[in-house]
Design a protein around this ligand. Structure first.
Ligand code: FAD
Length: 408
């Protein structure tokens, strides 16, 4: 019986192992942690947004890097296939806003349980606390793996499913890139993706913890719009984070190379200039005898008021009935275009995803096998593919893992 070693017990590795075993292979899964799927536990804030329920073309449209490489994988093992597999092994799912799919229990651990059951039902030999240190090859063909305890496991095929480099405490420490580099594979530069952003302005610190809903964030480079995102964001001690910021990071990372990016926050995207001006006139009438600093509480969260006052250039103790039309118009403009200077992304260890990785030109997209080394397969985040938030990244891990599993 052909012996397959899978390195890494994350999303990609578990599905690859179960699938290869279901097709009659003798599969050994090696995971360096003391439990499986440590990263899955923290996905979707512990609820695991396991995939997205849109059609395949739509899934592909949310892939930011190398979407064409994923056609075969996405059509061979679809989001429906994944949902059915999870159901079969005891985890039912539900669909939420934006077609995001979660386990019905809201527990990421139930996704891991289902994948473990899948592997156990086909007798995968799961070895925890087992770290791989290197790949052994001969005549451009894999021979086995070397473990941290110096032991060697001989095998016919190897599936590398070691993940990226983000959140390294989950076990994703970039080992797969080192293995691949040693045997002459090209590694595309590793960069953080879906990552919080650092901000230059000092006032940002006073907003720490403030979360804004229904706002929009626009980025500009050389006076041209790069991208706009609408939704929810949060201020942190270093800058900004939250769903729209993470998505934005994927669009601006190429521009950010040692350069700053201008961003504009629209605090009232549902209103146009005329409507907001009317609203402000109403509020200014209501608070006409108060000082400016006491006139904005109906329009803004309290933490934001001192910042807006400072940026407006209007004296905070000025009486509202003395504010000029120009000053009010300037204020309206500030509500629509609060200027923010993005200096850089947070480091890779704080990113949801590692962008870059094994060059897909060296991988067969129909099998996930290396074109440079017979019997060597790559799946999941270790590859140079990544997507936006919404369940797409896990679907990449599952689809590529499955494809490797049926191909070994
Ligand atoms: C905070 C956070 C939230 C996220 N939320 C979502 C979400 O809701 N939806 C979504 O689609 N995506 C989400 N993602 C992304 C998603 O988790 C990853 O895309 C996915 O886990 C990648 O799967 P993988 O199997 O390729 O790698 P990983 O899940 O990283 O698994 C790799 C495994 O390999 C093991 N390993 C590494 N090196 C070795 C070695 N030398 N020997 C043995 N074992 C080794 C590691 O210990 C690890 O268990 C999130 C990511 C983060 C960080």
């Amino acid at each position: 019986m052909e012996k397959v070693v899978v390195i890494g017990g994350g999303a990609a590795g578990m599905i690859a192992a179960g699938t290869a075993a279901s097709r009659g292979k003798h599969v050994i899964l090696l995971e360096k942690n003391d439990k499986l799927g440590k990263k899955i536990y923290i996905t979707g804030k512990g609820r695991c947004n396991v995939t997205n329920n849109s059609d395949i073309e739509e899934l592909l449209n949310h892939v930011t890097t190398n979407k064409n490489f994923l056609y075969s994988a996405f059509y061979t093992f679809t989001n429906d296939d994944l949902i059915q597999l999870l159901n079969k092994y005891g985890t039912s799912t539900k669909v939420e806003r934006g077609n995001r799919v979660f386990p019905k229990s809201d527990k990421a651990s139930d996704v891991i349980k289902a994948l473990e059951k899948y592997m156990v039902s086909y007798d995968v030999d799961i070895r925890l606390n087992t770290e791989v240190r290197g790949i052994l090859t001969q005549d451009q063909k894999v021979m086995g793996v070397k473990l941290a305890n110096e032991k060697i496991i001989n095998c016919d095929k190897i599936i590398i499913a070691t993940g990226g480099m983000s959140y390294p405490t989950t076990g994703s420490t970039g080992d797969g890139y080192k293995f691949a580099k040693k045997i002459d594979h090209t590694i595309k530069p590793l960069k953080p993706a879906l990552v919080p952003l650092e901000i230059e302005e000092d006032w940002i610190k006073s907003l720490q913890g403030l979360s804004l809903k229904n706002v929009s964030l626009k980025t500009m480079y050389k006076n041209k719009e790069v991208h706009t995102e609408f939704g929810e964001m949060v201020f942190t001690h270093f800058g900004i984070s939250g769903p729209i910021v993470l998505s934005m990071s994927s669009y601006i990372s190429d521009y950010l190379n040692n350069k700053k990016i201008n961003a504009f926050l629209n605090l009232k995207p549902a209103l146009d200039e005329e409507k907001l001006d009317k609203r402000m006139i109403r509020d200014f009438e209501k608070y006409s005898k108060k000082q400016f600093k006491n006139a904005l509480s109906d329009l803004l969260p309290s933490k934001l008021i001192p910042v807006i006052i400072q940026l407006s250039g209007i004296q905070e103790d000025k009486y509202v009935n003395q504010i000029t039309k120009e000053e009010r118009k300037g204020l309206v403009n500030l509500f629509f275009n609060l200027p923010i200077t993005i200096t850089k992304t947070r480091p890779i260890k704080e990113a949801i995803i590692t962008s870059g990785g094994i060059d897909i030109k060296e991988i067969n997209p129909s099998t996930m096998e290396s074109k440079k080394m017979e019997g060597l397969y790559f799946t999941g985040e270790v590859l140079d593919v990544d997507a936006l938030t919404g369940g797409y990244n896990l679907q990449i891990a599952f689809s590529t893992g499955y494809l490797a599993g049926i191909s070994v």
